[in-house]
Ligand binder design. Structure first.
Ligand code: CAO
Length: 416
């Protein structure tokens, strides 16, 4: 069966998390992803957070499925020549080096255009053009600089970073979107172009609703935030709002049966206006259906603490799964707080290929997250990540046309 990108070759110069997330998605869409790594060293994550001595780490294996690995020292004259041939052969170069690293290697955007005018050059950087453009950036720095940390956590606590890797994996997603758009554009024009996904911009994009609230502050207090019901005045910036949904349909995380010993015995509960009457019945407050303090969404806003307190008295009598079983048939939107253990064992996620078991020659079977986007004409079979340099000969010979003698001489020079 053909795949969406099976005619596309990617020169994958990425490392750590943000860039590899992007190229892994492209590989799952069928692209031939050639991961270029320094001989003897490779992507630093291969040897970070090691759990099986001598084997590539889960950090690396879970971000580099379905790719081929070519070792290449692109700073030697011989390595540069191989890289030039790769640039001429591939459709897209993806990189997330520190700012300026590719220029220092001799592969500026201008040089790449000279070598291959059809090439798309896609980069993740911490910041876009401006005062911080030369900075190196990791995940949590991006969460802080992109507005996520200042709006995450509780009002009386520190800013918080979230476990969802919105700086790295989130930016990788943005970059993959930009690359696909540039590929479609190239079909019309024949020209490549630069695609830049700054991590700060990606995080801010994901925090769009918080910039919405920043502007709404000019019109008065944010009534959907529990701070309002508690009579605490707002400052100049969008505050941290704990687990408030902060949107048009107020919601919170509430305790469920067993919360005293199980750190994940909680549910998210949304008081959607359309099902308010059913919520009143479920929690044993039928008189709230018509009561002027509770009957309409605006009337409820100043009473959210009391309302969620009453709902929690009910959720604490049920497990998080029972809350779902009772509320779902009534169309009340709720969701259990699921642990990684529960997700890893969830049969429906195994059935859809979102949780997959992959075998690896050095470490044996491990669990990974498969492709989270499903295309009806693009079946994804998750293949293990490559060992360092596993495909060097194959890529040099089959893709770039080097002879066996030339490959031997490249090896001797230390370029491969
Ligand atoms: N052959 C020869 N040299 C190579 C090479 C290869 N195959 N691959 C990499 N190198 C060189 C680079 O050219 C660079 O050399 P110079 O510093 O002399 O120019 C050097 O290796 C180090 O690259 P780097 O600066 O990108 O790596 P780092 O570990 O120092 O920094 C990071 C890592 C992530 C902070 C930085 O790459 C960065 O800011 N990237 C952009 C933002 C980003 O993606 N961050 C998220 C990463 S995931 O958390």
């Amino acid at each position: 069966m053909s795949k969406a990108l099976d005619h596309i070759k990617i020169l994958d110069f990425t490392h750590v998390q943000s860039g590899p997330t992007c190229t892994q998605l492209l590989a799952w869409m069928g692209a031939d992803v050639i991961k270029v790594e320094r001989p003897g060293v490779g992507d630093a994550t291969r040897k970070q957070l090691v759990d099986v001595e001598g084997a590539d780490s889960l950090y690396f294996t879970m971000l580099n499925h379905n790719k081929r690995s070519l070792t290449l020292n692109s700073k030697t004259p011989e390595g540069k020549e191989v890289l030039e041939r790769l640039v001429k052969t591939c459709d897209v170069l993806v990189e997330n080096f520190a700012p300026g690293a590719l220029d220092r290697m001799g592969f500026s955007w201008e040089r790449i255009q000279e070598l291959n005018p059809g090439m798309i050059m896609a980069s993740v950087k911490g910041f876009g053009p401006g005062p911080y453009e030369d900075c190196k950036v990791y995940e949590n720095v991006a969460q802080c600089a992109g507005g996520s940390a200042s709006t995450t956590g509780f009002r009386d606590g520190l800013p918080l970073v979230t476990g969802a890797q919105i700086g790295d994996s989130g930016t990788g997603l943005h970059l993959a979107f930009g690359i696909c758009a540039a590929l479609i554009h190239r079909e019309k024009t024949g020209r490549g172009q630069r695609v830049l996904a700054p991590m700060q911009d990606g995080v801010l994009n994901l925090c769009r609703v918080k910039l919405r609230d920043q502007q709404r502050l000019k019109a008065g207090p944010l009534k959907e935030y529990s701070q309002h019901g508690e009579g605490v005045p707002f400052g100049e910036a969008t505050p941290r709002a704990g687990n408030d949904s902060g949107g048009g349909q107020p919601g919170r995380i509430l305790k469920c049966k067993g919360w005293e010993t199980d750190p994940d015995a909680y549910t998210y509960f949304i008081t959607q206006a359309a099902v308010w009457q059913k919520i009143c019945d479920v929690i044993g407050k039928p008189d709230w259906k018509e009561h002027p303090d509770y009957a309409t969404p605006p009337a409820r806003l100043p009473h959210l603490n009391e309302i969620f307190g009453a709902i929690e008295e009910w959720t604490m009598t049920q497990t998080k799964y029972e809350v779902m079983e009772i509320c779902n048939p009534l169309d009340i939107p709720v969701g259990p707080i699921l642990s990684m253990k529960e997700l890893a064992e969830e049969p429906s996620l195994r059935a859809t290929g979102t949780i997959v078991e992959v075998d690896h020659p050095e470490r044996g079977p491990y669990l990974s997250v498969g492709c989270p986007v499903k295309l009806s004409d693009n079946e994804v079979v998750v293949e293990r990540s490559p060992l360092l340099g596993e495909h060097s000969e194959e890529i040099l010979g089959e893709v770039l046309g080097y002879s066996a003698e030339e490959i031997a001489s490249l090896r001797e020079s230390g370029a491969v």
